[in-house]
Design a protein around this ligand. Structure first.
Ligand SMILES: [Zn+2]
Ligand SMILES: [Zn+2]
Length: 853
């Protein structure tokens, strides 16, 4: 931190010299709110566009510090882009459906809508007090019918295209939420909201969106997203989980020709199939129920396996499960060679992964090897290492031998092929003979969107007593969520208990029908909200396609890494679907993504439940919005974890006070005409520092967003100004040392540099400098590389005490830098070639002497 300045000559600071953040921020906040067009995007503009977006919050009622950090990054960027002449879209909205509103309704007896809208009001006021430059004219609130009617409209379009469908399926059920969870919402076997609550399996009729239809494209297009963090792309890649392999049908020995007697197995290594010595089924595989039907002891053993598997899911690591299995004493037939191999049931095979059945090849798979050793199953080698020299004899490799660098043996007509070739030929062979084919599988599953909740978008479907599923006609949208509903957290959908909602007349046959009473997963709301911002009041369509094609893709999206998978995969899917509908032209919604680090305090993530949360209101009340915001950017680089220290905010407030007082002292009398007086060495130093700082801050905005170093550079500039002032340059002969016009220019630039980070103070100082007009429209300062260049000095380089060359280095270079310059000098290099350097003597700023032999 900069040191404290001395008091003024009289010893008492003038009152206007005191930095009063509350006074300044209240004054400017009022002015800004009088001008709603201040941050509005231009509808017709010749400027280049820039769409900067922070993830919209859930309206819990108060902002937390993580929000402040996220929005401070986005706001700094938006202001920087405005100052760089862009037409900026910087909107904000509310992800306002969801369970907490229902919980509040129960605990506080407040209707969800009322609770939510009141919270929005609070948080919006907080955002305004913090000075975030949002265009509130395009605010989006997802729980209002003018928004969610388009969720319903999209749902009908998805249904028309066969991308929304209903099926009975095992669902993840959180007993605490009393609702279905998507696979993505199950974390380590528990509910994502209730980390201590085990998720159960139930059978229910659900609506699904066919996201798997886009699996391949979602995967492929990750390559295009170069502006995304690599870790996010990797997480998405793993989530989609593509694997290439072969589907092979084993037959149940003694079974019939029906599909019931077929055991499809997916393998990535069909080349090892002659080494298969058992087939292993998931305990919940449908065939297992049949095989154990009349075998009570076996059934009980299988139930034990199911219990073990469930426990492993609870702990979250099915891969680490202690592997158990039971022999069914039935056999399957390997279609390649007709060999019969035993069928086992194993606790580490999952029904919801692949086909729920595997072939076990102990010689060539780590896990199968472990299992076979444990249960003394046969181990048969079918791949041998390839000899480099054909003459060489190959000995059997240590097992398990799992690499693809090998050759097939004991594999009938495929013996002698290398693994890669064998996979290709054996897949083709299976297809030819009708017992399998090459296949690609994905870990990604279709998106189950039905929720047995009240506070969400009603799904616009009806169930006619005679015709079955009937979509609500488009003209009848929106299906309005009724207001007076008794909310309980158990017993299924609250809407089912509202007869005037649930009982309807079928629009097709006029007969009685029942309305779908589940609501949509709230991830539907956030899948396309950022399109709505561009045209938030459209009541004819979700948005105008032309407007969207002007603004999209989003140039910069900023939010927490916890949304790296779900929200970002769903919204990518939604974009591709809208593109296929002809609504948008872009393939991807987001060009660049930034994920900020989280905030911790006293070693733990800041949270209300841990009692270590710092309230933004409290910080703003004590130090002001500028200091609070600036601190979140200064404490560390935005991508890293921030360890919160209240003293840090105080330090920032002191720094802003120094800036304020400097300008308060120097602003008057500096607005005179250009002085022609030459600059003193001190002024030249200031000038150099200023241009270096402009370069540093501009580079940080365009590069890695190390705003902490940007702000540190601005602090150094302010220190320099104080040093010169304290050195008495002005007091001896002000006009000679720091011409007023020069000093005015330095202060002007200092304010512009601060404008993206501390907007309130910047506006106040701007006015104090006698400047007029909207600071956002003032051009960002440019640096002159010549002026930014460090002053250079010549250093003589001696060899054995004799002057041999001169090197030019920046003034103030370190010993190492000077030595490096000397050693890389061509002349010195030539003279030192082949010799031993005994000693290197560096006198900084003076000379280098090398002692050679
Ligand atoms: Zn839950
Ligand atoms: Zn009907």
């Amino acid at each position: 931190m900069p040191q404290e300045e001395k008091t003024t000559v009289s010893g008492v600071p003038r009152s206007e010299d005191r930095y009063d953040a509350q006074r300044i921020e209240t004054k400017w906040s009022e002015r800004w709110q009088q001008d709603p067009s201040l941050y509005a995007a231009e509808s017709k503009s010749t400027k280049p566009k820039y769409y900067v977006l922070e993830m919209l919050p859930y309206p819990s009622g108060v902002l937390h510090m993580g929000h402040v950090r996220n929005y401070s990054i986005g706001d700094a960027l938006a202001r920087y882009m405005w100052m760089n002449g862009y037409n900026v879209l910087h909107p904000m909205g509310w992800d306002s459906f969801g369970l907490p509103a229902e919980n509040a309704a129960i605990s506080a007896n407040t209707p969800p809508r009322e609770w939510t809208l009141r919270n929005i009001g609070n948080m919006k006021a907080q955002m305004k007090r913090l000075g975030f430059a949002y265009d509130w004219s395009c605010e989006v609130t997802t729980c209002l019918p003018d928004y969610y009617r388009w969720n319903q409209w999209f749902f009908l379009k998805l249904y028309e295209k066969g991308l929304a469908y209903r099926k009975k399926s095992k669902v993840n059920w959180c007993p605490k939420c009393a609702t279905v969870l998507a696979n993505e919402q199950v974390v380590d076997g528990c509910c994502w909201r209730h980390e201590d609550t085990l998720v159960e399996q139930r059978e229910l009729e659900q609506w699904f969106l066919r996201i798997t239809q886009y699996a391949e494209e979602l995967l492929r297009d990750l390559e295009k997203l170069e502006g995304w963090p690599e870790k996010v792309r990797t997480m998405q890649r793993n989530w989609i989980g593509r694997s290439e392999g072969t589907l092979v049908d084993f037959k149940l020995e003694g079974g019939d020709d029906s599909p019931d007697s077929t055991i499809p197995v997916f393998t990535t290594r069909v080349d090892t199939i002659y080494g298969a010595t058992s087939v292993q089924l998931a305990p919940e595989h449908p065939l297992v129920a049949r095989l154990t039907k009349y075998n009570d002891p076996l059934r009980m053993q299988v139930e034990q396996l199911i219990t073990e598997q469930r426990k492993a899911k609870e702990i979250g690591d099915i891969g680490a499960i202690e592997k158990h299995g039971v022999n069914t004493h039935r056999h399957a037939v390997n279609p390649y060679n007709g060999q019969r191999i035993p069928i086992w049931v194993a606790n580490y095979i999952l029904m919801d992964y692949g086909t729920g059945a595997i072939m076990s090849v102990p010689a060539h798979d780590e896990r199968d090897y472990e299992f076979a050793r444990k249960y003394k199953l046969e181990i048969r080698v079918v791949i041998m290492p390839q000899a480099d020299d054909p003459e060489e004899t190959v000995t059997e490799p240590p097992l398990p031998f799992t690499t693809m660098q090998g050759m097939l043996v004991n594999s009938g007509p495929f013996s002698g092929l290398n693994c890669e070739e064998a996979i290709r030929k054996m897949s083709a062979y299976a297809e030819e003979h009708g017992f399998g084919k090459a296949n690609v599988t994905y870990r990604l599953k279709d998106w189950g969107i039905s929720r047995q909740r009240y506070w969400g978008t009603p799904i616009p479907m009806l169930y006619c007593e005679t015709e079955g599923i009937v979509p609500v006609p488009e003209k009848d949208l929106p299906v309005i969520l009724p207001e007076k509903v008794e909310i309980t957290l158990s017993g299924g959908s609250p809407l089912a208990r509202v007869p005037e909602f649930a009982n309807v007349t079928c629009p097709q046959c006029g007969g009685p029908a029942r309305r779908e009473t589940d609501t949509m997963d709230t991830f539907v709301d956030s899948s396309w909200y950022f399109y709505r911002y561009t045209d938030a009041h459209n009541d004819q369509a979700p948005f105008d396609s032309k407007t969207v094609s002007y603004w999209f893709p989003i140039d910069q999206y900023i939010g927490g890494v916890e949304h790296a998978i779900l929200h970002l995969i769903y919204s990518r899917f939604w974009t591709k679907f809208m593109r296929d509908m002809g609504l948008v032209k872009n393939d991807e919604p987001v060009e660049r993504l930034f994920t900020q680090g989280m905030i911790i305090k006293s070693g733990a993530k800041m949270s209300k439940s841990l009692g270590n949360a710092v309230s933004p209101d409290d910080m703003v009340g004590r130090y002001g919005a500028d200091s609070t915001r600036l601190y979140t950017l200064f404490a560390t680089s935005p991508d890293r974890e921030l360890d919160w220290q209240d003293e840090g905010v105080e330090g920032i407030a002191r720094f802003l006070g120094r800036v304020y007082r400097y300008v308060a002292r120097h602003a008057p009398g500096t607005q005179q005409s250009e002085s022609t007086t030459a600059l003193s060495p001190e002024a030249r130093r200031i000038q150099r520092k200023l241009h270096q700082t402009i370069k540093r801050v501009s580079d940080d905005f365009q590069g890695r967003w190390h705003f902490n170093t940007s702000i540190a550079a601005i602090m150094e500039l302010v220190n320099e100004l104080y040093l010169v002032e304290e050195g008495g340059v002005r007091s001896s002969s002000p006009e000679d040392g720091m011409p007023p016009a020069f000093l005015a220019n330095v202060q002007r630039n200092l304010v512009l540099l601060l404008a993206p980070f501390a907007p309130y103070l910047a506006h106040e100082l701007w006015e104090m400098l006698g400047e007029k007009g909207n600071l956002l429209r003032v051009a960002w300062p440019k640096y002159d590389p010549a002026l930014a260049k460090e002053e250079e000095i010549e250093i003589p380089v001696q060899i054995n005490g004799k002057l041999r060359s001169l090197v030019v280095v920046p003034a103030g270079s370190t010993e190492d830098a000077i030595l490096e310059a000397a050693l890389s000098n061509e002349k010195i290099k030539a003279m030192a070639a082949g010799k031993q350097i005994l000693k290197k003597i560096v006198v900084p700023g003076k000379l280098v002497n090398l002692v050679l032999r």
